[in-house]
Design a protein around this ligand. Sequence first.
Ligand code: ATP
Ligand code: MG
Length: 349
Amino acid sequence: MDDKIVLTGIRPTGPLHIGHLCGALYNNVSIQNKQDYKHMYGMIADAQGLTDNFDDPDKVRNNVIEVALDMLAVGYDPEKTTVFIQSEIPELTELTFYYMNLVTLARLQRNPTVKNEIGQKEKFANGLPVGFLTYPISQAADITAFKATIVPGGEDQAPMIEQTNEIVHKFNSIYAPVLKPVKIIVPESNLAARLPGTDGNAKMGKSLNNCIYLKDSADTIAAQVKSMFTDPNHLRVEDPGNTKDNPVFIYLSVFAKPEHFAAFMPDYANYEELAAHYERGGLGDVKVKKFLNDVLQETLRPIREKRELLARDPASVMEILRVGTQKARAVATETLSEVKHAMKLDYFD
Ligand code: ATP
Ligand code: MG
């Protein structure tokens, strides 16, 4: 045990998908189970989810329970991780307001993840809500409120962590050394750090309709795999194929384990042998997709079964969130009071 504090966050903008599994959830659960930290938090970021879904409150609300079910089904353990709902902790909003003084508009506009997200959202074509542009500041509030030192996440989170550390340094040097710098942990494989969509888009994203969800039925998974984008130039089986920008191969490289090869694809010992054959020519998409389907079915079945069990008792899930939120709020309240004291905003203490 050391003084590591871990914060993970997920927006309730849709059920979780296999990009989350390899980009965040596997990582989070393995850190959780090592238990070499002082505290671990799992935030359901509903307020941040509203920054690009403010016109669809039902979507965000309904996905809180969906995301909680996904988290518990993959192994978040409420005994070890404090799972909570962001909007129920108003101290986070207050911190955001004070941090806004420490960030320039130009700095926000330079954030590559935000820039990319803005470009993909049609609803922002006629104007960008200030709330969306400033969500990296609210993320800094979330991280610093719990004095988190570690944030595991996908590659798209790196700019948020950089922004958070800038705020931390500026705050500490102007006011007092209250805030802690933070480190990101991305998955070792850069393919897992940003899993592409089934359509070949650079990122699988809940808001992009190119996902295989953890809750998908066996039939839905099979249909999704069947219709996946592959190498558009691989027309005949004997043609040489491209595995690099081919989501079918990328998913296999991330999810196919030796036991999957042994059970479903015994002619090949591992991913490298399979990929080499495709690149050489002579291996058809149908066969590879069938294998990917087998791999994903094996990977997702236990998660789906656990999820179905948990979903029978939504009241217990909400109780986990209520208790977690209460605990988390006490910590955020403490940090906010230190922040306000450092800023000389403590008139009646
Ligand atoms: P949205 O499109 O609404 O932003 P999202 O799919 O990006 O949804 P988030 O809740 O924003 O999901 O992200 C939760 C975590 O999952 C983050 O750590 C993020 O880096 C990671 N993540 C999301 N999508 C992927 C992906 N395609 N590959 C790897 N990691 C991902
Ligand atoms: Mg996202």
